[in-house]
Design a protein around this ligand. Structure first.
Ligand SMILES: *[C@@H]1O[C@H](CO)[C@@H](O)[C@H](O)[C@H]1NC(C)=O
Ligand SMILES: *[C@@H]1O[C@H](CO)[C@@H](O)[C@H](O)[C@H]1NC(C)=O
Ligand SMILES: *[C@@H]1O[C@H](CO)[C@@H](O)[C@H](O)[C@H]1NC(C)=O
Ligand SMILES: *[C@@H]1O[C@H](CO)[C@@H](O)[C@H](O)[C@H]1NC(C)=O
Ligand SMILES: *[C@@H]1O[C@H](CO)[C@@H](O)[C@H](O)[C@H]1NC(C)=O
Length: 508
């Protein structure tokens, strides 16, 4: 199992969220990371914890819980009678359209002697996230034909692989060339991609560069339901920048209903990453068929509500950082839009692009200089009471997040937007950089951030214009942070310039 970023449902302190999760790397240097066995040696719960929790579960007749390689997470199927093991919780089935989830509106408790052995029980309180990616219409064949004509002229009618590749300076020959590389994304909560959509997408938009039109391996269950917009978007765009690279999808439709347990471990941080693993519902396939090659997973999106907003008890507001975007172990991608909406040219901030400062994770060493420079040179900052300038600042990079074309359920859909679109684009570019590293006998990048902040040659085009949204109040009037000439907490270092980024990361 490579360290890296896994898309998943994340649980901590009884709260759940969606996001990309990063597996711990021991030495945070590009190309150096732990094996699963080494990771397990660091994080596995003590024998006392394992025995105590096992005894507690079996007292309620709960057997056969699924574990993960690192042993710090259990997924258990609990019959109705076993629900008494969480005093206080009341289980109800909530139905919305065709989806239903079991949740408890009331808090749960655990017997005192268990407290030191269990960090939290997931799957009880929060509801599945709303779909972040939106589209307002679908296209006719005439519109698709017009799109191609536009591509030949120098304007465009929405973001396609050709537009992305042109903007980020990928030539037609910039595709994967080695067979021992791969990339992956994951789908959850009954969000499926369809191979047929991907094939149609590549037929419509994949001309000019060598690419795959099939996902090579789906780990876990691939349902037969409608395709999800987000799942379609992820595979279609990671395979357009990370073109001609073997692509895997990790799929877990049902995790939403199942409470999970996390056992305390030596390093809380690794837990967050590992917490994603049971969400992949480790099946036989997962355990035995993990690729022997290094995987590259796409980074995290920032969320789509700018700096966010939270009302404090005394009535004042403060920004609301999102997780796991605010984790120092995640490479986070913000959103941009074209300055001239019909031309492949300069990008400006997409006002939805998430960004800001963590209230939990301190500023990691790798970004101290960049963040200090931003704070000391920004012409106008929000009032200090709105954010915590000593926290991990995000995002790290950015990419287009507006006006994408996606094929879903065999229909080409225009105007798909959200920072969820930016992440597979950057993920595929990183997989391509791994391909070139492998060609030269170098290890894949592993944890990217320290390297990203140390690049001597700039690998990205700085986004300098635009601000993102925040609290709608008299003090900040809906405005969060603004883009700046170097790193900024709206678009990070800016958007990738492939040839330069490749050169810089090949020398790491
Ligand atoms: C595509 O990748 C394969 C290895 O997986 C390689 O043999 C082939 O040359 C690549 N195609 C191009 C056009 O680079
Ligand atoms: C709330 O905001 C007002 C106006 O900005 C400020 O004067 C006041 O001190 C704030 N209250 C607290 C508790 O921070
Ligand atoms: C600010 O962030 C630091 C971590 O960097 C944290 O320890 C501190 O509690 C935060 N302050 C507030 C007011 O949230
Ligand atoms: C991957 O393949 C390339 C070229 O085919 C080779 O040079 C490299 O050593 C391989 N790397 C690993 C880790 O197998
Ligand atoms: C791509 O290259 C052109 C020409 O060198 C440059 O102007 C542009 O900024 C590059 N794109 C990005 C995203 O850096």
């Amino acid at each position: 199992v490579p360290p890296g970023i896994w898309r998943g449902r994340w649980v901590r302190g009884g709260r759940e969220d969606w996001g990309w999760l990063h597996l711990l790397c021991h030495v945070c240097v590009a190309g150096k990371f732990l094996s699963l066995e080494e990771l397990r040696a660091l994080v596995q719960p003590s024998p006392v914890t394992q025995a105590t929790v096992g005894k507690w579960l079996s007292a309620y007749g709960i057997e056969g819980c699924r574990g993960v390689g690192t042993l710090d997470f259990l997924e258990c199927t609990v019959a109705r009678a076993g629900l008494r093991l969480l005093p206080g919780a009341e289980f109800h089935r909530y139905v919305s359209g065709e989806r239903s989830v079991v949740r408890s509106p009331a808090p749960y408790s655990l017997r005192g002697e268990l407290a030191e052995h269990i960090d939290f029980v997931g799957g009880l309180h929060r509801f599945p996230a709303e779909r972040k990616v939106l589209s307002q219409a679908w296209a006719t064949e005439e519109e698709v034909a017009a799109l191609h004509r536009a591509g030949q002229a120098n304007f465009h009618l929405g973001v396609t692989p050709a537009v992305i590749r042109k903007r980020y300076n990928l030539t037609d020959g910039d595709v994967g060339a080695v067979s021992n590389n791969s990339q992956a994304c994951a789908q959850f909560l009954e969000q499926y991609f369809h191979q047929a959509d991907l094939a149609e997408f590549m037929q419509l938009f994949g001309s000019g560069f060598k690419h795959h039109s099939r996902v090579d391996q789906v780990v876990g269950q691939q349902g037969r339901g409608m395709a999800g917009m987000e799942a379609s978007l992820d595979v279609e765009y990671i395979m357009s920048t990370g073109a001609n690279i073997s692509t895997w999808v990790f799929s877990n439709p049902g995790w939403q209903g199942t409470p999970c347990l996390v056992l305390p471990s030596l390093f809380a941080v690794s837990c967050e990453g590992v917490a994603a693993m049971p969400c992949l519902r480790p099946t036989e396939t997962h355990r035995t068929d993990l690729p022997r090659h290094p995987l590259t997973q796409p980074p995290s999106c920032t969320g789509d509500s700018g700096a966010g907003c939270r009302r404090l008890a005394e009535g004042n507001h403060t920004f609301r950082p999102s997780f796991p975007a605010s984790s120092p172990y995640v490479t986070v991608v913000g959103g941009t839009t074209f300055h001239n909406p019909f031309q492949v040219g300069d990008e400006v901030t997409d006002y939805i692009s998430g960004g800001g400062f963590s209230n939990i994770f301190p500023l990691p060493d790798y970004q101290v200089a960049a963040v200090r420079r931003f704070l000391s040179t920004a012409p106008k900052l929000p009032p200090a009471s709105y954010y915590n300038s000593s926290g991990r600042a995000y995002p790290d990079l950015a990419a287009l997040s507006d006006n994408y074309w996606v094929v879903t359920n065999r229909i080409p859909m225009p105007w798909v937007s959200g920072t969820s679109a930016s992440t597979p684009v950057v993920g595929g570019i990183m997989a391509l950089i791994n391909d070139r590293r492998l060609q030269q006998g170098l290890p894949p990048l592993g944890f990217l951030n320290p390297a990203l902040y140390q690049l001597k040659e700039k690998g990205a085009s700085t986004v300098t214009q635009g601000c993102h949204l925040s609290c709608l109040d008299a003090t900040v009037q809906g405005q969060g942070f603004c883009a700046a000439p170097s790193w900024d907490p709206v678009t990070g270092w800016g958007t990738p310039n492939f040839p330069q980024l490749l050169r810089a990361l090949l020398s790491q």
